[in-house]
Design a protein around this ligand. Structure first.
Ligand SMILES: C[S@@+](CC[C@H](N)C(=O)[O-])C[C@H]1O[C@@H](n2cnc3c(N)ncnc32)[C@H](O)[C@@H]1O
Length: 276
């Protein structure tokens, strides 16, 4: 209760950013000190395919890990392996079926900002598809999802069969999907929970996200505590031509996974493409 109160106070007093002094330095590194041109030289399509199908050789893993230890900026897609396996610290697909407050806030925002029922909408990190299912029930007809966890996509077929039949799903890493997707492919791209925060800054996830989105990026984002790779997210969106159009902070619920035993608050952030 007192933690909750402190965080609320922090939210009010710190304004736009929830940056603690402890992670400020890491945010500077994450935003400004990565050499993203290296990505295409180090990470091949074949490497992404092998991460996705869990077919990396131990030598390949060893070499990549060695370079990652030596150079903080070394491009890496190996992080996603834990999700490909389908049971990262007990975060199995069945933990992402139920709807919580932040899920409703997300769906309301997507529905509000979508121009029509036909708007082309992407769920980045859709897992078992609880948000796709809700949007399908709200009458959205042009829904897409991408996730690395094949067991979650399989589970969607049993859990939400009608939605599964109606949406377009891709089993891929964000890095693989975003790199090949054409510019302005989607009207709205949304993401719930720790998804883009899990992508190592050597891959410019915000630049790609903004490139493929015509109008709005809608995020339920944990701004408090433990960003795996802290960055100045707002600045990165601004740099890529999107401004914060709408924000709800904090939403007030926990992450919604049964194994969350620490306090994590979510924010709703809606970024809109600048209109020239
Ligand atoms: C914290 S879960 C959130 C799931 C979903 N957004 C929800 O709230 O129901 C993170 C999701 O991102 C996916 N993921 C993490 N890193 C990924 C990557 N590099 N490429 C594709 N999917 C990834 C995981 O498989 C998992 O489904």
């Amino acid at each position: 209760m007192s933690v909750n109160k402190n965080l609320n106070n922090e939210v009010k007093s710190r304004g736009q950013y929830l940056v603690s002094s402890a992670d400020f330095f890491r945010r500077v590194i994450g935003t400004f000190f990565h050499f993203r041109f290296l990505w295409k030289f180090v990470i091949s399509d074949g490497h992404i395919e092998r991460v996705l199908s869990n077919k990396l050789t131990s030598r390949e893993i060893y070499v990549h890990r060695l370079f990652e230890r030596m150079f903080w900026f070394w491009p890496r897609a190996l992080d996603a392996r834990v999700w490909v396996g389908g049971d990262y610290k007990g975060r199995t697909a069945d933990k992402y079926i139920s709807f919580d407050v932040s899920s409703t806030v997300l769906s309301d925002a997507v529905q509000r900002f979508a121009g029509s029922k036909n708007s082309k909408i992407l769920d980045l990190g859709c897992n078992v598809g609880r948000h796709l299912n809700n949007l399908h029930q709200r009458g959205m007809t042009n829904l897409h999802g991408v996730d690395a966890m094949s067991s979650a996509l399989d589970m969607m077929a049993d859990t939400f069969p009608e939605t599964y039949a109606a949406v377009n799903l891709e089993h891929n890493l964000f890095q693989g999907f975003l790199s090949k997707e054409e510019s302005n492919s989607f009207d709205i791209v949304y993401s719930h929970g720790a998804t883009i925060q899990l992508v190592h800054p050597s891959f410019d996830v915000v630049q790609h996200l903004c490139r493929i989105t015509r109008e709005y990026v809608v995020l339920i984002h944990q701004e408090t505590l433990q960003d795996q790779y802290p960055r100045f997210w707002h600045l990165e969106f601004e740099k890529n031509g999107f401004h914060l159009r709408h924000c709800l902070r904090p939403i007030g619920d926990h992450m919604g996974t049964e194994n969350s035993n620490h306090f994590e608050t979510n924010s709703l952030l809606v970024f809109q493409r600048h209109i020239p």
